[in-house]
Design a protein around this ligand. Structure first.
Ligand SMILES: Nc1nc2c(c(=O)[nH]1)N[C@H]1C(S)=C(S)[C@@H](COP(=O)(O)OP(=O)(O)OC[C@H]3O[C@@H](n4cnc5c(N)ncnc54)[C@H](O)[C@@H]3O)O[C@H]1N2
Ligand code: MOO
Length: 419
């Protein structure tokens, strides 16, 4: 076991060990938010056939090249075709077919003119101006060409992709199975928020917060509940969790107190320790272990510390298991909007809100920064990365921040394929 690693070493060690879950498929209606396990290639052109974008008449442009108001050109209407039906006849010189918006372009036609621009008398229409060949035609493959890759494996299925796949006639989508994440909260002091308050006890906030974060990521949280600070009990829950889940997250009991027994419980459960303690604040006592190729991350009990380390260390691991190409949170350079008067002997992450004001990125602190403060996690979308050895920070200075949560990270980086 390594004791006292950098954040980047911790991330790298766990990413190397994380395994992607298996591939499956899902029907298109349930595909939103899932991760593609294969590139999606169009089997057909979209649209599949040339069609009319107007209610009008399909014709051969050459037939009307001499049309003028003083010498209108007449064409014979030989058929009418509605959207959803195929013309039975072919257009030959001197003829036209009445079409509706979305109708297939009749064979032989190269142009469409709208109803309002012709005069109809009986079975004839009269045009008083010429049209360029190809006017008012939607061509087959104009949107997507047959065999074109429309979505990359390792990306999340968005509502617009669901729409595009439907347009391409793809009803079953290859995706990775949802990652199952077991969550255990350790601590004699914890009670569920549904229980009556009790002297000395506190409500278990982290379990709810972490389960919500797992759900937001697109994973399935398996809530194992509260386990008292007893090695045997925790060890039993670790074994049970790993039978049901792909990865286990615990909170509490990772420091040096008499009842911080998670490390012993992991050993008793047969897990091998990977690291303990990361040089950062908050969340430094975090530990990681492995059993049967499954990763266990023990977050510190302090709620904000647990959440910050979950974002920075657990999320990239979970994203790799989910099959996502982009695992690491994006980083931005921004201007600090507030003073932060404490020095930072150790590397520190401050909770902030990234905003763009008149084209400049600013990060405003979201409130008190104590390791148990929950309120400043609300509205936190960025963690300011304060290097070890920094003095007080002043409003207006340039800082580096890591984007967390569900701000679309496509905003920060171009998508590329990872094979
Ligand atoms: N002698 C030392 N004491 C501590 C050190 C140290 O280096 N030497 N490190 C401190 C730091 S830093 C942290 S962080 C904490 C981490 O401790 P644990 O991971 O063992 O966490 P607990 O003691 O179990 O809990 C800490 C705190 O958080 C509350 N808590 C725990 N779980 C939850 C939950 N699910 N929901 C809400 N609140 C929770 C718990 O009641 C404690 O107040 O250790 C320091 N101590
Ligand atoms: O990890 Mo603790 O939250 O550094 O104070």
């Amino acid at each position: 076991m390594r004791i006292g690693v950098s954040l980047e070493e911790a991330q790298e060690m766990l990413l190397q060990k994380a395994n992607m879950v298996e591939e499956g498929s899902v029907s298109l209606m349930g595909a939103l938010g899932r991760v593609l396990s294969q590139n999606i290639r169009a089997r057909e052109n979209l649209p599949a056939f040339h069609k009319s974008p107007l209610d009008g008449y399909a014709l051969i442009a050459k037939d009307v090249e001499q049309a003028k108001p003083s010498h209108p050109v007449a064409l014979e209407v030989i058929e009418e075709v509605r959207a959803g039906f195929v013309p039975k006849q072919k257009i030959t010189p001197g003829t036209t077919i009445k079409v509706m918006t979305g109708s297939p372009l009749p064979e032989g036609a190269d142009t469409v003119i709208k109803y309002e621009d012709v005069k109809r008398t009986g079975n004839s229409i009269y045009l008083s101006f010429p049209l360029k060949p190809g006017s008012n035609v939607i061509y087959a493959g104009e949107d997507v060409k047959k065999d074109e890759i429309v979505a990359l494996k390792g990306t999340v299925i968005t509502p617009s992709l669901v729409g595009l796949l439907a347009g391409l006639g793809i009803a079953e989508v290859p995706v990775l199975r949802k990652v199952r994440i077991a969550i255990i909260s350790t601590g004699d002091e914890l009670i569920d928020p549904a229980k009556e308050p009790c002297p000395g006890k506190i409500y278990n906030s982290s379990l709810y917060n972490l389960a919500a974060l797992c759900g937001e990521l697109g994973a399935d949280p398996i809530v194992m509940g509260i386990v008292p600070d007893e090695k045997e009990l925790i060890s039993g829950h670790i074994v049970k969790s790993l039978e049901a889940a792909d990865i286990l997250i615990t909170t509490g009991g990772v420091s040096v107190g008499d009842f911080d027994v998670v490390q012993d419980a992991l050993r008793q459960a047969g897990a091998n320790m990977i690291f303990w303690k990361v040089s950062m604040k908050p969340g430094s006592p975090i530990l990681a272990a492995e059993k049967d190729k499954k990763i266990i991350i023990g977050l510190s009990g302090n709620p904000a510390a647990a959440l910050v380390t979950f974002d920075l260390i657990a999320v990239p691991v979970i994203k790799k298991m989910m099959g996502l190409n982009r695992r690491m949170p994006p980083r931005v350079t921004a201007v600090l909007a507030d003073n932060f008067l404490k020095s930072s002997p150790q590397r520190r992450f401050l909770r902030g809100k990234l905003q763009a004001i008149n084209g400049t990125h600013y990060v405003k602190l979201t409130g008190e920064q104590g390791n148990g403060i929950l309120k400043s996690m609300i509205n936190c979308n960025a963690l300011i990365d304060v290097p070890a050895g920094s003095g007080p920070l002043c409003a207006g200075q340039e800082i580096s921040a890591i984007i967390v949560g569900n701000i679309s990270d496509t905003f920060f980086e171009m998508e590329k394929e990872i094979s």
